[in-house]
Ligand binder design. Sequence first.
Ligand code: PNS
Length: 166
Amino acid sequence: MPRVAVIPGSFDPVTLGHLDIVKRAAPLFDRLHVLVTHNPGKAALLPFTQRVALLEQAIADAGVEGDVVVDSWSVGLLVDYCVEVGAQVLVKGIRSSTDAEYETPMAIVNRDLAGVETLFLIGDPGTSHVSSSLVRQVAALGGDIRPYVPRAVAEVLQPGGRPARG
Ligand code: PNS
């Protein structure tokens, strides 16, 4: 049986922290699905299609090796998608004890619902301060997001390479 995993997230937008986790998870599985999915607790900035396109571009630019598929899922449970694609494992990046507290109940519920296990990878310390919400805030207020995101994201959110502030 092929080892298949899913990395789910809002990816609104994808950050260098996400990309680090994708790079490190890809060689651990026969196929890795990077899944843009809905977080009921968050208001979205970018549409699903753009988040998928930016992930695809960032993964290609980073030269991530292995069978990596970018997809989206907007109806039903995350584990329904896992069952549909034959994934036995969810992969999540953990930056801090706050992340661990947030993720633990979801990991238990996802295992209860469908027997899907969650594998936690500890984020690289170089990007442990980076989050999509921080990137959205810095971009909205005219700061430079280039240290935190793949080039493709900076080009979309700050075209011309300059922060939006005049
Ligand atoms: O990047 P995020 O916003 O922290 O990702 C959270 C996400 C999207 C993975 C989480 O909200 C999620 O799993 N949503 C799918 C809905 C679902 O299946 N919920 C029940 C099980 S926890």
